[in-house]
Ligand binder design. Structure first.
Ligand SMILES: [Zn+2]
Length: 474
């Protein structure tokens, strides 16, 4: 029964595949699309097929490359396209080779720039929101050494530059280690940093962490500087929703939610980085930190984890979702709910957003249950109260520039708002399914108005609720 069938017969006869045993399930699979999502955090290669692919991955260290044998397929033009899809500036891949290794096997070789921690896994078909995928084979290439986003933030600020801070964090298996019990790395760094930017910039050595594209100063390299005091600064985590395989909602003219929310996040970043909050405790400069600064998928839990690693003072998730009917319009702001959602619509929206991992493609083997447990142990009541205050400020400002969908902050079980210690809101900036709002969302002037409104609400929030709970400079 298991005698291999002639491949051509299998490929031609669609129904013949039904006669095969499960061991032969990949026979006759056709590659329908290939995609590459390069990012500093990690690069993902997705191979989409009409049937689940059976693969044998092999990582070779010297020179670094990942070979993947795919059983039961024939090299086709869709797969060959992969060769041309790797960008010359991909942080991890230098090139791709594909060939018919045996009559039944295609060998795919990714030549790599550096050592990586590869993850190879399959995803089931999905049809949700703007995304409809058949079976996906995913090859994720994570750096084996990861730069600390907190250090990058601090150095970036001390240097007074506006360059992109890499949003990277160690993402292969989400680690809970750095969250609660670790010593405060920011306090250590700040204590060792000289506040004068020029000498620091001159001293900054080349990055010692592979993959870092931003000047990177290790604590050791500035350790000789006498500590001249340090300062507290406010970190706002901006979380552009969706990304990579997950486009989010798609407007009638084809605008993707993942693109507009990243643009809005960039506009907010510029404003945050040039803002100093005057509180009764003194001036507190602000820094933005993006959980995603590019077009790639970030799991919901990783977004929360990243914000906690940089000890963000606020977490703002940016979205622009769709509704069944094009008439739905206006902005809304959501906070977490510990119990029931505040309305059926809020519950519906949370369900939509919480599907992101399904669409984006989560490697469930790497999910870390300890993180989830840690979060549940801590009280979220204070977080939610603060989030409601921030949300109200936001609605008050957005009202001046556009329509609100709901006049008060709604609550539901959004997975991305579950950091127990960071006030967290999710802003639905508009309905991308509404043609007028889609047009506004893509306009520079409206994006600026929106960024201004959100910025103003953040300032108002902090001037009334100065961040005292956690001090980094002690
Ligand atoms: Zn969304």
């Amino acid at each position: 029964m298991n005698k291999p069938l002639p491949r051509r017969t299998v490929l031609k006869g669609g129904t013949l595949a039904l006669l095969l045993g499960s061991a032969d399930i990949a026979r006759g699979a056709t590659i329908v699309a290939v995609r590459v999502w390069p990012a500093v955090d990690y690069t993902r290669v997705t191979i989409e097929s009409d049937t689940a692919l059976k693969t044998t991955p092999l990582f070779v260290a010297n020179p670094p490359r990942l070979a993947v044998d795919i059983d039961g397929i024939e090299l086709n033009p869709a797969l060959r396209e992969l060769v041309g899809k790797v960008r010359s500036d991909d942080p991890y891949i230098t090139g791709v080779r594909v060939g018919q290794y045996t009559p039944n096997t295609v060998r795919l070789v990714l030549d790599l720039r550096q050592m990586v921690q590869p993850q190879v896994f399959n995803l089931q078909p999905v049809n949700a929101g703007g995304a409809r995928y058949q079976h996906r084979l995913v090859l994720d290439l994570y750096p084996s050494k990861v730069a600390d986003p907190l250090e990058a933030l601090i150095v970036d600020r001390l240097n007074g530059t506006q360059t992109n801070v890499p949003s990277m964090t160690a993402t292969p298996p989400v680690s809970a280690n750095a969250l609660g019990t670790a010593p405060d790395p920011m306090a250590d760094l700040l204590a060792s940093q000289n506040r004068q930017p020029q000498p620091l910039a001159a001293q900054a050595p080349a990055s010692s962490a592979s993959g870092a594209s931003t000047p990177f100063t290790s604590a050791a390299s500035v350790g000789n500087n006498a500590s001249q005091g340090s300062e507290r600064f406010i970190i706002v985590a901006l979380d552009p929703g969706h990304g990579g395989e997950d486009p989010g909602a798609i407007g009638p003219r084809g605008t993707k939610e993942k693109d507009v929310v990243l643009q809005i996040a960039h506009r907010m970043r510029d404003r945050i980085n040039s803002t100093v909050i005057q509180t009764k405790f003194g001036k507190l400069p602000m820094r933005a930190y993006l959980t995603r600064d590019g077009d790639f998928f970030v799991p919901l839990q990783v977004r929360v984890d990243k914000a906690r690693r940089v000890q963000a003072d606020l977490f703002i998730s940016l979205h622009a979702d769709a509704f069944f009917t094009p008439q739905a319009k206006g902005a809304s702001v959501f906070a977490l709910s510990q119990g029931a959602a505040s309305s059926a619509a809020a519950r519906w929206m949370a369900t939509q957003e919480n599907r992101a991992d399904l669409v984006g493609g989560l490697n469930i083997k790497t999910q870390d249950a300890t993180v989830q447990r840690a979060l549940l142990d801590m009280s979220t009541t204070a977080q939610i109260n603060d989030s409601l205050k921030l949300g109200s400020e936001m609605l008050g400002q957005i009202r001046r520039i556009g329509k609100l969908h709901k006049p008060q902050v709604e609550q539901a079980g959004f997975a991305v708002l579950k950091a127990p210690d960071i006030p967290s809101v999710l802003v639905e900036t508009a309905f991308i399914s509404n043609p007028d709002e889609e047009a506004r969302l893509t306009s520079e002037s409206y994006q600026n108005e929106l960024a201004n409104a959100l910025m103003k609400s953040i300032e108002r929030y902090f001037s009334r609720n100065p961040p005292l709970a956690r001090t980094r400079n002690t």
